[in-house]
Design a protein around this ligand. Sequence first.
Ligand SMILES: Nc1ncnc2c1ncn2[C@@H]1O[C@H](COP(=O)(O)OP(=O)(O)O)[C@@H](O)[C@H]1O
Ligand SMILES: O=c1ccn([C@@H]2O[C@H](COP(=O)(O)OP(=O)(O)O)[C@@H](O)[C@H]2O)c(=O)[nH]1
Length: 238
Amino acid sequence: MTTPVYKRVLLKLSGEALMGEDQFGINRASIEHMVEDVVDAAKLGVEMAIVIGGGNIFRGVAPGAKGMDRATADYMGMLATVINSLALADAMEQAGLTARVMSAIGIDQVVESYVRPKALQYLEEGKVVVFAAGTGNPFFTTDTAAALRGAEMGAEIVLKATKVDGVYSADPMKDASASRYSHITFDEAIEKHLEVMDAAAFALCRDQKLPIKIFSILKHGALKRVLLGEDEGTLVHL
Ligand SMILES: Nc1ncnc2c1ncn2[C@@H]1O[C@H](COP(=O)(O)OP(=O)(O)O)[C@@H](O)[C@H]1O
Ligand SMILES: O=c1ccn([C@@H]2O[C@H](COP(=O)(O)OP(=O)(O)O)[C@@H](O)[C@H]2O)c(=O)[nH]1
């Protein structure tokens, strides 16, 4: 089977996964692995919009942010996603893709600002669009940004590529006895307070009838398997 089951997707890439085995920052091998998966996905002809987190950089400055005003710390986190977006777009260009970064916060000398029709046009042209600076608002996460941009772009699904291979009954990093769901409803995920994604992101996707697939970014080829409709990760559905 080589025909993708989706035409357009919103891929959320974990910022923290970018640091690989390092303490913080961008690990070259990690970003190259991620990009290889994106290239394979693009080769299937799937239109791809990407949101990348900022935990790898923000984690590095987090001790210094202790006691800071929350909104200010969140703006620092959003700027961290701009750094990651630029690195990701550069790596994608080097791998032969055409990428565009659009920021939710105006920093026009660095990247163009997010304009919805322009983003839609880029996707139609086969360019990979990277949405930087999250939603542009403090008190949100890049998961919510993924849900928001996914809905705006008319994506058929939000693909959350993270450090675990799906949604578990409890955090698998803390509880070895946790079991993985192959699928779960939005209501169940919210009611059970499963923290693999924040409730705002789950609620937005539920309201927009936008399913989410959660799978491991560390498993090479998993993204392609998801796009081909193979059994991979956890589907969160209505
Ligand atoms: N019920 C759960 N199922 C799976 N993962 C969970 C669960 N509860 C908490 N987690 C944690 O959520 C993390 C993924 O969310 P997050 O930290 O936002 O990652 P990302 O860097 O991808 O944004 C996983 O690494 C896992 O440790
Ligand atoms: O719309 C947004 C998106 C992100 N952030 C900030 O940016 C940080 C980095 O994003 P996130 O933690 O979602 O990244 P990831 O977990 O994927 O590395 C968050 O912690 C927030 O502080 C924010 O304030 N608003």
